[in-house]
Design a protein around this ligand. Structure first.
Ligand code: NAD
Ligand code: WQD
Length: 341
């Protein structure tokens, strides 16, 4: 049985990936410091898969603790590194916190892999590295644009750190650039747990519908898009999770074309904010209170993925449509409300 370390494995995308790894017969060890997730995620993973993943609470930004962790666990077949802070606005307010957490963690994980001869890394990158691309759909060869936020900058720098590291030792890596992951597991047992007021669209939509928020502000109605609202490539989190299993299999099977490969993870379809709202209203049966307001500073107008490379090389394709995304997000919000009662 191959053993995979999933850092950030109690988080949103990590927890869904753990379930998909277990489904494919992998043994999973989670490391998370619970800075943005909860321990009971382990119970819910166990309810879904029937297997409780091993777990260690650890701050990967701590070099000494991380080195000791790898010494205790030298026989890992691969690492999926999700652990990072991800709130764009918070990173603008406190850049050093983001550089410290996201970059130290990556460097410590790479060091642990190098020192213990663990060769396979899958890294969580983001479409944010493209900024507003000149050509759409955007493919992996598009130029990286100057980062607008420290968060985005940590993803650019992380890719560069990995690029130079794989040239210097036996570690190989795949970076997956996610577009906009939304939705939740069909069981509604795991999903996104936003702390405080959500920045992202989907949790704001579901929290408004359930009455936690009064009204959704739609940022910008005058973009150069079919309905004037901004366009993104929303992708179901389970599709994203499954791509990680495929990436791990590619590395374990030594099928990579180079020591560092980069793939877009999107559906290839651009959808507007209003299209997301319309789908949500249809699948949930809820009328959403929203109003169109000014643009949000730093937002790009439109971006969606060229998925040809991931489709052809990984043999992976996003399968779930928008209605499945919005319905699963709503069921997850309903479950959170049940738990709170
Ligand atoms: P999340 O916050 O739900 O999960 C991240 C997990 O990492 C959390 O459980 C948190 O407690 C943990 N963590 C953070 N710092 C840590 C540290 N120093 N040591 C140990 N654990 C630590 O976020 P997510 O949405 O699941 O995102 C996972 C990864 O994907 C992140 O790297 C994020 O930047 C990236 N990403 C996310 C999105 C998105 O929209 N959700 C898009 C593109 C990329
Ligand atoms: C989507 C659309 C908003 C909230 C962010 C990060 C990016 C990546 C994905 C990690 C935009 C609009 C939103 C609201 C709205 N994450 N919106 N009202 O901005 O594409 O990207 O998440 O790597 O780095 O920046 O995602 O969900 O915030 O917004 O109208 O209350 O919804 O303007 O057009 P975004 P988002």
């Amino acid at each position: 049985m191959k053993k995979i370390l999933v850092t950030g494995g109690t988080g949103y995308i990590g927890s869904h990936t753990v379930v998909e790894l277990q489904r494919k017969g992998y043994e999973v060890l989670i490391v998370d410091n619970l800075s943005n997730s909860r321990l009971d995620v382990l119970d819910n993973i166990e309810t879904i898969s029937g297997i409780r993943p091993a777990f260690e609470q650890l701050d990967l930004a701590d070099g000494k603790l991380t080195a000791e962790f790898f010494q205790r666990n030298p026989s890992l077949d691969g690492v999926i590194h999700f652990a990072a802070f991800k709130a764009v606005g918070q990173s603008v307010a406190d850049p050093l916190m983001y550089y410290r957490n996201n970059l130290y963690s990556l460097v410590n994980v790479l060091q642990g892999m190098k020192d213990n001869n663990i060769q396979n890394l899958v890294f969580s990158s983001s479409c944010t590295v493209y900024g507003q691309p000149e050509q759409l759909p955007v493919n992996e060869k598009a130029p990286i644009q100057k980062a607008w936020s420290p968060y985005g900058n940590t993803k650019q720098m992380s890719e560069e750190i990995i690029e130079f590291t794989v040239k210097s030792c036996d570690v190989k890596a795949i970076a997956l650039r996610y577009f906009n992951p939304i939705g939740a597991h069909e069981s509604a047992l795991i999903g996104e747990l936003p702390l405080g007021t959500p920045n992202n669209l989907m949790p704001f939509v579901t929290q408004t519908a359930i009455g936690i928020r009064e009204c959704l502000s739609v940022f910008g109605g005058d973009y150069d898009t079919p309905d004037g609202t901004a366009v993104r490539d929303y992708i179901h989190v389970v599709d994203i999770a499954q791509a990680h299993v495929v990436a791990v299999e590619r590395m374990l099977g030594d099928k990579g074309k180079s020591n560092f490969e980069i793939f877009n993870l999107g559906t290839g379809n651009g959808l507007s904010v209003l299209e997301v709202i319309n789908s949500f209203e249809k699948t949930s049966g809820q009328k959403l209170n929203y109003k169109i307001v000014d643009r949000r500073s730093g937002d790009v107008e439109k971006v969606w993925a060229d998925t040809t490379f991931a489709n052809q090389e990984l043999g992976w394709k996003a399968l779930k449509g928008l209605d499945e995304m919005t319905l699963s997000a709503w069921k997850w919000e309903l479950r959170l409300a049940e738990i709170k009662k």
